[in-house]
Design a protein around this ligand. Structure first.
Ligand code: KIV
Length: 251
């Protein structure tokens, strides 16, 4: 846990909702900071929304570093979380050297799309004092077919699996959990059960905070998920759209 995640933890304890969006460049990051967004994610969704690929699978560490550096130039004190891209998960050594590059570029929280087999890696990074957020539920890095794009935790078995993962990671010492497309009752249960902040996307209203892909929120992504709301509609600037999004999350 570092200063950024300590502040988010305090927000959870005080029942203040946490807001987050993705950004990939200095200008949008600056506007997000002006709109008082609590933290920015440089997501590997950049593979889709910036590079126009069909998925996030081929985003490189160097590309992540480039966009983190851009975002870092746009903000004064908004914490930056960044994805560890799929290509960096080959082994612990590659993962750790990639994490170091990402932190050096300006991120302070590393997000990892979690699979049970990566628990050893998480423990290893925690031992190295890395601040980690684990991404559960729908994990874009591991989507094989459109059948994987669904709400997770709807069956008893799947709900138990996600809850067990969240418990394990909370006990291991990760600083935050992100739930993507998780059944809202399961997301609510996890948010109450674990001590650390739980941030949701497409997982209902009861998580400790919400995160959105910026380009979904301003209506320009190629494939906009059904749960995403267009905050630019009837607004005359990206700033007012983000301010409105922030207010909605806080409510
Ligand atoms: O890469 C990304 O933008 C993400 C969000 C979907 C949370 O992981």
């Amino acid at each position: 846990m570092n200063n950024a995640t300590k502040k988010l933890l305090l927000m959870k304890k005080r029942k203040k909702k946490i807001s987050s969006i993705t950004a990939y460049d200095a200008s949008f990051a600056r506007v997000a900071e002006q709109a008082n967004i609590d933290f920015i994610l440089v997501g590997d969704s950049l593979g889709m929304v910036i590079q126009g690929c069909d998925n996030t699978h081929k985003v490189t560490v160097e590309e992540m570093v480039y966009h983190i550096k851009c975002v870092e130039k746009g903000v004064k004190n908004t914490p930056i979380m960044a994805d560890l891209p799929r290509v960096a998960l080959k082994n612990k050594k590659t993962a750790y050297s990639s994490v170091k590059k990402i932190l050096k570029a300006g991120a302070s929280i590393i997000k990892i799309e979690y699979q049970d087999k990566s628990f050893g890696l998480i423990e290893y990074l925690l031992k190295k004092k890395i601040t980690v957020c684990c991404h559960l539920g729908l994990k874009p890095q591991f989507i094989k077919s459109s059948r994987d794009i669904k709400v997770h935790g709807k069956t008893n078995k799947s709900a138990k699996e996600i809850i067990a993962q969240a418990d394990l990671l909370n006990d291991a010492g990760v600083s935050m959990i992100l739930l993507e497309c998780v059944d809202s009752k399961v997301a609510k249960f996890i948010s109450k059960k674990v001590d650390i902040p739980v941030i949701g996307i497409g997982s209902g209203q009861h998580t400790d905070g919400q995160i959105s892909v910026l380009y979904d929120l301003i209506g320009i992504s190629k494939k906009i998920p059904s749960f995403a709301k267009n905050y630019l509609k009837n607004k005359n600037s990206v700033y007012s759209a983000l301010k409105n999004y922030n207010q909605d999350v806080k409510k």
